[in-house]
Design a protein around this ligand. Structure first.
Ligand SMILES: Cc1cc2nc3c(=O)[nH]c(=O)nc-3n(C[C@H](O)[C@H](O)[C@H](O)COP(=O)(O)O)c2cc1C
Length: 198
């Protein structure tokens, strides 16, 4: 067993890239500003993700804490998420371009590609000492309106990037959930030969 964080939910059975094991999604953040170089290096990691037809369908609209743009996320995030994510250093909306640029056909893989780019982003953030927390709890309609997201792009998730803070900065009910989540064993999701094993 390989453990990086000393937490039972972050024990890997094989040696893997340490930042994969280190990454988790805390809600307790300090509200400190993010360094410009760190933010753009984190986006740079996303840039090198693979994508169908190399379409690179990901789009990131970001806002830095302490700016009017950041305050717009109050209306975009659901209340539950805003209550903790307001202490992030940066908030993002990830939107996918819905069609391929080379032929205008629907891109069935755009969400897949955005997810991969966000994975790369999260790992680079981890390497640089930041935490990320993805959120489905936001209003796509508000994001489209408040962030001027044009037709042909679908908002998929919001992401908070920040510096981790002690868990007791959170309200009690959130403190209880402030730990790295468990993982299924490989036997639940790896199938040799066929799904049924026959
Ligand atoms: C697509 C997606 C949507 C999520 N939505 C929310 C959310 O709205 N609010 C929240 O607090 N956490 C949200 N999460 C965080 C997950 O609960 C968390 O990633 C999962 O429990 C695994 O934990 P870990 O990231 O710490 O390993 C979301 C994660 C993903 C990938």
């Amino acid at each position: 067993m390989i453990s990086i964080m000393g937490h039972d939910n972050r024990l890997a059975e094989y040696e893997i890239l340490p930042h994969i094991l280190e990454r988790w999604s805390p809600r307790s953040m300090t509200g400190d500003p993010i360094l410009r170089d760190d933010l753009f290096a984190i986006f740079e990691a996303a840039r090198f993700a693979p994508s169908a037809y190399n379409e690179q369908p990901w789009r990131f609209v970001f806002a830095l804490s302490g700016t009017p743009n950041f305050d717009r996320f109050k209306a975009i995030l659901v209340q539950y998420n805003w209550d903790w994510a307001k202490k992030a250093s940066a908030l993002l909306i990830v939107a996918a371009k819905d069609t391929f640029s080379h032929n205008g056909e629907p891109n069935k893989w755009s969400f897949y590609d955005c997810g991969c780019a966000c994975g790369f982003l999260a790992l680079e953030a981890t390497r640089r000492g930041y935490v990320t927390h993805t959120m489905a709890g936001f209003s796509a309609e508000e994001a489209i309106e408040k962030l001027d997201i044009p037709e042909g792009y679908t908002p998929i998730v919001a992401i908070a990037i920040g510096k981790i803070a002690p868990r007791d900065f959170l309200p009690d009910e959130l403190q209880e959930r402030e730990f790295p989540s468990p993982r299924k064993p490989q036997s639940d999701f790896i199938f040799r030969g066929s799904f049924s094993g026959e």
